[in-house]
Ligand binder design. Structure first.
Ligand code: AMP
Length: 213
């Protein structure tokens, strides 16, 4: 199954991807995670994109498209994948259409105030990328990752100024993709406001209805 996860930052795409990856046995590809790994490892790509991510702006299409093209050509993607955070522009969506077909595009729906609330409480384990929330999904010990025992961090782009910029970028560049994919009959709308388990259930139902399984 080849899926794209669309929706504003903070809608839970990464969290639902982690559940769906296990349940469906397909690979989770998060372009944000790939960029953050490159920054952590101080690669050439990482140095190029560090300031862009911190500001909440978009990495240039050519760079992002090439990274995704290389990733989905890997053998582990042959059974299917979830593209989380890609495409984010019409140019990227056109490039993706030249690379592969898709089974469905899940549109996670969440209001702007709810997005801000979720992002400002989000915390992450720097080495594993595991996501927590101060209120909705706190770690067992405050500020510490449950598995690694490392201190949790706040993503630089989860600070208030970057959050507002990311939302503006989403509305301007990415939201038009909902219409783009709706016209192709690929969109499955999912309410992203309940708990992750409920959101996954809603998505699973919507996908089964859509794909006739
Ligand atoms: P995310 O983890 O999906 O919120 O992505 C974090 C950041 O990575 C974004 O704010 C962008 O700076 C960058 N990024 C991720 N995916 C893309 C993409 N498809 N196109 C351009 N920039 C991206």
């Amino acid at each position: 199954m080849k899926l794209v996860f669309l929706g504003p930052p903070g809608a839970g795409k990464g969290t639902i991807s982690a559940i769906a990856e296990k349940k469906y046995g397909i690979v989770h590809i998060s372009t944000g995670d790939l960029f953050r790994a490159a920054i952590r490892n101080e690669t050439e790509l990482g140095l190029k994109v560090k300031a862009i991510l911190a500001a909440g702006d978009l990495v240039p299409d050519s760079v992002t498209i090439q990274m995704v093209q290389e990733r989905i050509a890997q053998p582990d993607c042959s059974k299917g994948f979830i593209l989380d955070g890609f495409p984010r522009t019409i140019v990227q969506a056109d490039a993706l259409a030249r690379m592969t077909g898709l089974d469905a595009v899940v549109n996670f729906v969440l209001s702007r105030p709810e997005v801000v609330k979720r992002l400002s409480g989000r915390r992450m384990c720097k080495s594993t990328g595991k996501i927590y929330h101060l209120i909705y999904n706190p770690p067992k010990a405050a500020g510490i990752d449950d598995e690694t025992g490392e201190p949790l961090i706040q993503r630089p782009d989860d600070m208030e100024e970057a959050i507002l910029n990311r939302l503006d970028v989403y509305e301007k560049s990415t939201e038009p993709l909902i219409g783009y994919y709706r016209d192709k009959g690929l969109i499955a709308d999912v309410d992203a406001s309940p708990s992750p388990e409920k959101v996954f259930e809603g998505m699973d139902k919507a996908l089964k209805a859509k794909l006739g399984k």
